[in-house]
Design a protein around this ligand. Structure first.
Ligand SMILES: [Zn+2]
Length: 477
């Protein structure tokens, strides 16, 4: 693939399930794990004579997301019916926002990439049900019908798979950190539909788009886009005409399966939803929601980096709330410095977890115990290498720091008498070195400290050893 000769243009649509307790237009509980077809009512089943009512909480969450993405929230937006046939859409149409969306014109900065992706619009809509396939039959579960979604559409500003991946990860993080959506991809709460076109570099006219429906993992998005780009370049090079097509991604075969020639807006026969009034918002309402927005991930990362963390460590903490919580716990419980907490959590403990293939939730060392390890080290009761051994043992056995330090005899020798005796012995055994020291070659002190540490089997605070040695050397003059 000579993609350097071609320009890749990608736009992304994301459907994020809003974290409400009830559905968008009825009071049915949102619980997609419930037994099939138990969370339904005439409204979400689209029975005749029903009257939908909007869910205020869903609207608030939509506004929250829009504001965080820098969109302007429209004081008036409207509901429309989008018609299409699908066995999981009993109404035969979906209530969405079409010409008058909730919000327009935002942007999301891609971390570490010095690039902004413009957001064209964010609108609210309802989800359809779910088809459940087995080898013999296809069943339909309507529990998901009417579950509130925010659809977030970018401008075609994305020009590589990496940018698409970064955009999605950052968007997901923003939605999660706002409490707008749990955005769990494997549960289908954060679904992505990329549209991809390729054109020879320098050509002004846009290429023909391929769209991929409902991708449910970062991996599927990456592979689907890569495949679409590869196919399009091949067609261009062979002089084939590209037809605008909507595809499904076959994860097993890693192939795009044409689903249908892309329908145009006209095919959906959009028209204003007659049962719902326009959504009118007050400026004060929007301002109030804005005042409750927490620090966004980009701001949090910046603050952590300013406090002394590396870019990578800051990214880990901000991406994973449980890591951030653990980290903050260390700062409080051990009065640890940023440096101590990052060394012990993000380097040492993380390394052990990687080795043991554990997540933080599975890691057997609670904050309190890692904090006591840091304190033991700080108080000179443990040496650094011993602390590392102790942490590995704690992760293995799930026992407390102090208790295990004693049991494994990892504690430092702090008995001054023993330290003095050791220093005296080392001085006796190394008269030449001591002589050189007294003649001004103070650099040999390191060697003598090393000898003492060896005799103490590494179990002493090197600073304490150094001090006692200096004193003994003074006396031996
Ligand atoms: Zn319902």
């Amino acid at each position: 693939m000579q993609s350097k000769d071609y320009e890749i243009i990608i736009g992304l649509e994301v459907h994020a399930q809003l974290a409400t307790r009830s559905k968008m237009f009825c009071r049915c509980e949102v619980d997609v794990d419930a037994a099939p077809n138990t969370k339904v009512c005439p409204i979400c089943l689209g029975l005749p004579g029903i009257l939908p009512q909007t869910n205020d909480q869903a609207i608030k969450l939509g506004i929250r997301a829009a504001l965080a993405l820098g969109c302007s929230v429209n004081l008036e937006s409207r509901w429309a019916r989008k018609h299409y046939f699908s066995p999981d859409l009993p109404k035969g149409y979906q209530i969405t926002q079409y010409e008058h969306p909730l919000a327009t014109g935002g942007a999301l900065e891609l971390p570490g990439m010095d690039k902004k992706v413009r957001i064209r619009r964010l609108h609210l809509e309802e989800d359809a049900g779910k088809l459940v396939h087995s080898s013999r039959e296809t069943l339909v579960d309507f529990n998901r019908c009417g579950v509130p979604l925010a659809e977030i559409v970018t401008e075609p500003d994305i020009s590589s798979v990496e940018e698409a991946d970064t955009y999605l990860k950052e968007l997901r993080l923003v939605l999660r950190s706002l409490g707008v959506s749990d955005a769990e991809m494997e549960r289908g709460h954060f679904r992505c539909e990329p549209n991809i076109s390729v054109r020879p570099r320098g050509q002004e006219k846009l290429g023909v788009r391929s769209e991929i429906k409902n991708l449910n993992s970062f991996k599927a998005v990456r592979e689907g886009i890569e495949r679409a780009v590869k196919d399009q370049i091949e067609w261009l090079e062979q002089g084939e005409k590209i037809v605008q097509t909507t595809y499904l991604w076959d994860e097993k075969l890693r192939e795009l399966k044409p689903m249908r020639a892309k329908e145009t807006a006209a095919d959906y026969r959009y028209f204003p939803e007659p049962d719902l009034p326009p959504l009118i918002l007050a400026g004060s309402e929007i301002a109030e929601i804005k005042s409750t927005l927490p620090d966004l991930p980009a701001v949090k990362r910046k603050k952590l980096i300013e406090a002394g963390l590396s870019e990578q460590d800051a990214a880990v903490l901000v991406a994973e709330p449980e890591w951030e919580e653990y980290f903050k716990g260390l700062l409080v419980e051990a009065s640890a410095s940023i440096k101590e907490a990052s060394t012990w959590l993000l380097n040492e403990a993380r390394g052990i977890m990687a080795e043991r293939k554990e997540t933080l939730a599975e890691f057997k060392v609670p904050v309190k115990e890692l904090a006591s390890l840091i304190k033991l080290l700080r108080d000179g009761k443990l040496t650094r290498p011993a602390a590392k051994d102790l942490l590995a043992a704690m992760a293995d056995k799930g026992r407390g720091a102090a208790e295990l330090m004693e049991e494994l005899d990892l504690g430092s020798v702090s008995d001054e008498g023993l330290l003095e005796e050791t220093a005296r012995k080392v001085i006796e055994e190394n008269p030449d070195v001591v002589d050189r020291y007294h003649k001004g070659k103070t650099g040999v002190l390191g060697f003598l400290v090393g000898q003492c540490m060896k005799k103490l089997r590494g179990k002493a605070d090197p600073n304490a050893v150094r001090e006692i040695l200096l004193k003994s050397l003074q006396e031996s003059k």
